[in-house]
Design a protein around this ligand. Structure first.
Ligand code: A2P
Length: 342
């Protein structure tokens, strides 16, 4: 990307849970934004968003809205991305897409800057932001690949904000109402409503094949692509919990050789983007409420498997809307405007 003092940046989905945080993160990171275009559906046209002490009017997405845009951050769902990314690219924008639309396209880099920033520079117009649960797993696993990653068994505890602002509002309503009835929100399926409050739901996204959900298969497919380890074995279970913000993951990593918790702790302590919080004597470990609002990936409960000295267990937590989405996307934009950091 041609170097400029300031870039025209569009955010498509600017009124959504992730889009709002994209706008906030651009401001917080002091990204060199000359002009911000806040785009959403026609429903939101004319509403206003705060940016750098001023107000930006939300526009309905249109072809003309991408004219002159350098970088377009998309978070408006896969079908919207498929419709608008080619048009934005035709207008000369680089699209950083938070949806699943392009992630497994072999011509589209799938980027976690702490892992494969360089890949972002090989884009042909679109760069994909990985799935939220995959991003935090990658930040913690990549530094450990020197021990030979063999098999990752993972159970997630995922916040409802991963399903968008509507789900956050729905969970708040369920908790306030307190009658145990579900809100009319398709948390598991279009025709089936399951209460989110005081519940644990072993389904994130739709079932795809062999009893696995799409969210689970994203962990498998995306991990292999990002780490460039086609032979990596990933055994996933993705679970929705009544948490608003922050995903947690219980992970068992089997390495090709014996590895101690001390070795894992030492490497993660100096790994980019990782904060080790691991002191059982002071009940110190990460959890979603402490990760909320941060860009780091927190790792704790690092311990040896009781039966296998090749396996280390750990608990990985990050803010799903920030490191899992908006912050990772802005980090990719930072790589584009400052390729030397890749
Ligand atoms: P809008 O608020 O106008 O509906 P979330 O993930 O929190 O549900 O947010 C989804 C975001 O994607 C919102 O900003 C929403 O805009 C936007 N969006 C959804 N569908 C479209 C569409 N067809 N065209 C443009 N923006 C869309």
């Amino acid at each position: 990307m041609k170097h400029k003092d300031a870039y025209t940046v569009a955010v498509l989905g600017a009124t959504g849970a992730v889009g709002r945080r994209m706008v906030e993160t651009l401001e917080r990171r002091n990204f060199p934004v000359g002009e911000l275009r806040a785009l959403a559906s026609p429903r939101s046209a004319g509403t206003r968003l705060a940016f750098r002490g001023a107000e930006v009017e939300v526009q309905a997405v249109s072809e003309a809205a991408f004219a002159g845009v350098d970088i377009a951050l998309f978070s408006a769902g896969a079908s919207t991305s498929l419709e608008w990314a080619p048009r934005a690219v035709r207008q000369g924008a680089v699209v950083i897409d938070n949806s699943s639309a392009y992630r497994m396209d072999p011509d589209v880099p799938l980027v976690v800057p702490e892992v494969n920033a360089q890949a972002a520079l090989g884009h042909s117009g679109v760069i994909a932001n990985p799935n939220c649960s995959t991003i935090q797993l990658m930040v913690a696993l990549h530094p450990l690949r020197r021990f030979g990653l063999e098999h990752v068994s993972i159970s997630t505890y995922q916040a409802v904000s991963g399903m968008g602002q509507t789900a956050v509002d729905a969970l708040r309503q369920e908790i306030e109402r307190g009658d145990g009835e579900p809100t009319v929100f398709p948390v598991v399926h279009q025709d089936r409503h399951v209460p989110m409050a005081w519940n644990v739901i072993p389904q994130c996204d739709v079932f795809v094949d062999a009893g696995y959900t799409k969210e689970e298969m994203k962990l498998v497919w995306e991990s292999k692509k990002i780490l460039d380890l086609p032979g990596l074995k990933v055994s996933p279970t993705a679970v929705r919990v009544p948490v608003l913000y922050g995903h947690a993951e219980s992970v068992a990593v089997r390495f090709q050789r014996p590895v101690t918790p001390g070795q894992v702790r030492e490497i993660l302590q100096s790994a980019p983007g990782v904060v080790v919080m691991d002191d059982p004597s002071r009940a110190q470990y990460p959890y979603p409420r402490m990760a909320e609002g941060t860009g780091e990936t927190f790792v704790g409960r690092i311990r040896q498997d009781l039966w296998d000295d090749h396996t280390v267990l750990m608990f990985i937590v990050a803010d799903n809307l920030l490191k899992g989405a908006a912050y990772n996307a802005v980090q990719i934009a930072e790589v584009l405007v400052n390729p030397a950091q890749a």
